[in-house]
Design a binder for this molecule. Structure first.
Ligand code: NAD
Ligand code: UDP
Ligand code: UDP
Length: 343
């Protein structure tokens, strides 16, 4: 190799922050975009624990420094405030591309920015992967299936998506990101992986990010009614964050491009979810019905046969086991918030 130390380097490396890869490599250098967010910060914890070097790129739109503050001072961790819509030069072995708001409330807040993040952000990260020969993993979403006509959803299903609706910036944005990923793979030989993530919950979710699990948990802790949108008979399948993170690493390290559904097949109506939250947090918790949002998918449940067979992965934390694990984190943060207000 050009550095004369007999080790195996990334072939495009210009030697800046060079890291050996492949056989005999001690550790990898990994970028996590969106690494200050909910899923990203848990992924970063796992990668650091595995002994890798991690660079987080985040513009802090929905991410928080608090999610990674425990890693400040760790020489294997770096945090860069950067918007993925702008190009960036780095030398790494792997790119986990998570940067994108995930809660409907956040991604609808500035829909054009959401599209730019999904399209230009993904293009930049693929351009980076191409230049340096890094492996690239896209965190896509079950939303690519839209309001599905097939149930449960398999990876072969092409989806039922409204191209002009209020959710389109996100679901069409992610569909385009998947297309870009496959075109860089086919056209430029970039090594890629695609995960289609189903609804995920756990500690560090934004308290008021508007997703259903964080809403119900925060509402039950604050003694407010849990808000059910519509009749509450719509379904979702809820995955605990550590199961997802294990799946993402298995996918990145494995041999298969995907796409792979990563989700927990346990399916619940919103009414059933409210019951579980009630049992877990406060038996006297109440519910309140509110009008549903436009284009809300009626049902969603992953078929994870493919991930089980090819990645040897399946989730093992049920909703009843997972919920209590996020309650402590939520209680502490709600308490701090109240103290901050002088209550
Ligand atoms: P999150 O909002 O907590 O995290 C997203 C992170 O990306 C935040 O830290 C945010 O600041 C950052 N970000 C957003 N736009 C950016 C930009 N332009 N440049 C740089 N950073 C930017 O959401 P999450 O739940 O952690 O989701 C992570 C990824 O997983 C997203 O791509 C999301 O689409 C995908 N996903 C999540 C779920 C889920 O249930 N959590 C489901 C399906 C897909
Ligand atoms: N890019 C980047 N970092 C790199 C290489 C590329 O951010 O190290 C960006 C680049 O600015 C471009 C995008 O990735 O906007 C796609 O790059 P590619 O080389 O595929 O296409 P081109 O530059 O020819 O449009
Ligand atoms: N929902 C709800 N109450 C809330 C927030 C959401 O009943 O306070 C419903 C929402 O209408 C949807 C489901 O919960 O049917 C999941 O919504 P979420 O925003 O968590 O994720 P989505 O799967 O829609 O992206």
């Amino acid at each position: 190799n050009p550095f004369g130390d007999g080790r195996n380097y990334n072939k495009y490396s210009n030697g800046v922050g060079r890291v050996p890869v492949g056989i005999g490599a001690k550790r990898k250098r990994i970028v996590v975009t969106g690494g200050a967010g909910f899923v990203g910060s848990h992924l970063v914890d796992k990668l650091i624990a595995m002994g890798d070097d991690v660079i987080v790129i985040d513009n802090f739109f929905t991410g928080r420094k608090e999610n990674v503050v425990h890693l400040f001072g760790n020489p294997r961790f770096e945090l860069i405030r950067h918007d993925v819509v702008e190009p960036i030069l780095l030398e790494v072995d792997q790119i986990y591309h998570l940067a994108c708001p995930a809660s409907p409330v956040h991604y609808k807040y500035n829909p054009v920015k959401t599209i730019k993040t999904n399209v230009m952000g993904t293009l930049n990260m693929l351009g980076l992967a191409k230049r340096i020969g890094a492996r690239f993993l896209l965190t896509s979403t079950s939303e690519v299936y839209g309001d599905p006509l097939e149930h449960p959803q398999k990876e072969t299903y092409w989806g039922h998506v409204n191209p002009i609706g209020v959710r389109s910036c996100y679901d069409e944005g992610k569909r385009t990101a998947e297309t870009l990923t496959m075109d860089y793979h086919r056209g430029d030989g970039v090594e890629v992986r695609i995960a289609r993530i189903f609804n995920t919950y756990g500690p560090r979710m934004c308290l008021d990010d508007g997703r259903v699990v964080s809403n119900f948990v925060a509402q039950a802790i604050r003694g407010q009614p849990m808000t059910i949108y519509g009749d509450g008979k719509q379904t979702r399948s809820f995955q605990y964050v550590s199961d997802l993170v294990d799946g993402l690493v298995a996918l990145m390290e494995g041999e298969h491009v995907g796409p792979f559904n990563l989700g927990n097949p346990g399916e619940f109506t919103m009414l059933q979810l409210a019951e579980v939250v009630k049992e877990t947090i406060d038996p006297s918790a109440t519910i309140e019905f509110k009008p549903n949002t436009a284009d809300d998918p009626h049902k969603r449940k992953p078929d994870i046969t493919k991930a089980k067979e090819l990645l040897n992965w399946e989730p093992n934390i049920s909703l009843k086991e997972g919920l209590p694990r996020m309650v402590n984190d939520f209680r502490n943060r709600i308490l701090n918030e109240d103290e901050g207000k002088g209550n």
